[in-house]
Design a protein around this ligand. Structure first.
Ligand SMILES: C[S@@+](CC[C@H](N)C(=O)[O-])C[C@H]1O[C@@H](n2cnc3c(N)ncnc32)[C@H](O)[C@@H]1O
Length: 425
């Protein structure tokens, strides 16, 4: 069967995890992790499987042209070299996006225009008609990447970015992207079984992204099963055989859904957020797999787990300008005289929120025989010092443009390697 060169872009730092995920989804393929994504050769069936199954990739791109260029005329010729009648008819729509790194051209818009002209001119010559542009929901989204000397043209088989799983309607103030929540779980090796991660608790759940991603993993729900993809409009995927193959994949995905083997908890001090999270979980098909609660993360008792089941705390806590800490710590900060807040944005987590959180964990989460492990995503490289906890691992991850670390803390009673003496750095 014919294979196509594929590229799956992902957030910086996630490349290795994505290569492992692709290998798990399609064991016969050879994904190569590169800067910014994973490259591989795959069939149209693999493109469907990847769109349906990847939690970490931003898109599934099919490379259709690659070559050197000096000006827009070279780009026009490059695009003319593709047989677009294999991809669309004049009744389909298209859109061209560009990305560039050290590109010498003056206008990326003009570069995109020349690609559009090439596609339209070729189809008009072949059929007498030309397709239209649709900037919101094109059937054929194309991505042109330009570096200093080379241009690469991709068909985007996904359409809307893959972090849009199709279940989020209620977002809250600073929701994590679904792909980042999935990357946190993957970096933690959390697989939704009693031996790989155990129970999961997000005590600052916001709109529920971490818990919902986790619950879908634990229930075997394919991340792409609740949405549509651009490839469903594109000709290589439109034959009766390919449509049957897609339906078969959807049915198989449905029959793979199971009951979660581990308990998953999500709570937030804001009842409004808990309500958002619950509604999102309902749309994601995992409402029954998650126990939702309101409550202050500084006071909530640890969930009661079976003695042999380890627990994973995972959160992106309130931090910085977009989200303030609420509850006990927030009230204390608001009551404090302005001098106490010097150097801190009013809407930031109050200075002692993280120290209090760590003290609470030491009291409430260290008694469990199988242990709890906490994972905290933060842009603050000094967070372990602030929490007076010694991290056992720090994984670089990017939250959009913000460089973060996923800190791992082992919450084991009396463990010297996890608990730092107060005041030590
Ligand atoms: C950065 S947001 C989390 C976003 C979430 N991961 C999502 O994807 O929507 C931080 C959350 O912490 C909550 N929060 C602030 N202070 C808290 C506290 N003391 N206890 C529990 N939750 C708190 C806020 O209500 C907010 O929803």
């Amino acid at each position: 069967m014919q294979t196509l060169p594929l590229f799956l872009p992902c957030a910086a730092g996630v490349e290795g995890l994505l290569a492992e995920e692709v290998q798990r989804l399609l064991p016969e393929l050879c994904p190569r992790s590169q800067r910014g994504g994973v490259a591989l050769q795959g069939t149209v069936g693999d493109v469907m499987a990847l769109n349906l199954g990847t939690r970490l990739a931003q898109r599934v791109l099919i490379q259709v042209a690659h070559g050197p260029y000096r000006d827009e005329a070279d780009l026009y010729r490059l695009a003319l070299g593709v047989d677009w009648t294999d991809w669309i008819t004049p009744r389909h729509t298209l859109r061209i996006d560009t990305t560039a790194h050290r590109c010498p051209l003056k206008s990326l818009n003009f570069a995109a225009l020349r690609i559009k002209d090439a596609v339209c001119d070729q189809l008009r010559q072949a059929t007498g008609e030309r397709p239209n542009v649709d900037t919101s929901r094109p059937d054929l989204p194309l991505l042109l990447h330009l570096d200093e000397q080379h241009a690469t043209l991709y068909v985007d088989s996904s359409g809307e970015a893959l972090f849009k799983r199709g279940w989020r309607e209620d977002a809250g103030d600073a929701p994590l992207k679904e792909t980042l929540a999935a990357a946190m779980l993957a970096a933690a090796g959390w697989r939704g079984t009693a031996t790989e991660g155990g129970a999961l608790h997000d005590p600052c759940c916001g709109s529920g992204t971490i818990a919902i991603e986790a619950a879908q993993i634990a229930c075997g729900i394919a991340p792409g099963s609740k949405r549509r993809f651009a490839f469903q409009q594109q000709l290589p995927f439109a034959s009766a055989e390919q449509r049957i193959d897609w339906q078969r994949r959807i049915s198989l995905a449905q029959s793979a859904i199971r009951k979660s083997a581990v308990p998953i908890y999500a709570s937030d001090v804001s009842f409004r957020m808990v309500d958002f999270a619950r509604r999102n979980a309902q749309r994601a098909g995992v409402e029954d797999a998650i126990t939702f609660n309101g409550g202050d993360a500084l006071e909530r008792p640890a969930p009661d787990l079976p003695a042999a089941m380890p627990g994973t705390l995972m959160l992106n806590p309130p931090y910085g300008e977009r989200i303030e800490a609420l509850g006990k710590a927030g009230a204390a900060a608001r009551a404090a005289p302005p001098a106490a807040a010097q150097g801190n944005d009013n809407r930031s987590a109050p200075p002692d929120f993280f120290a209090r959180l760590a003290s609470h964990w030491k009291r409430a989460y260290t008694m469990h025989p199988a242990g709890w492990t906490a994972y905290v995503l933060s842009p603050d490289m000094k967070l372990p010092g602030t929490m007076r906890l010694k991290e056992s691992r720090r994984v670089p991850l990017w939250n959009g443009p913000i460089e973060c670390r996923l800190f791992r803390f082992e919450l084991v009673a009396g463990s010297a390697r996890s608990m730092r003496a107060p005041g030590s750095e």
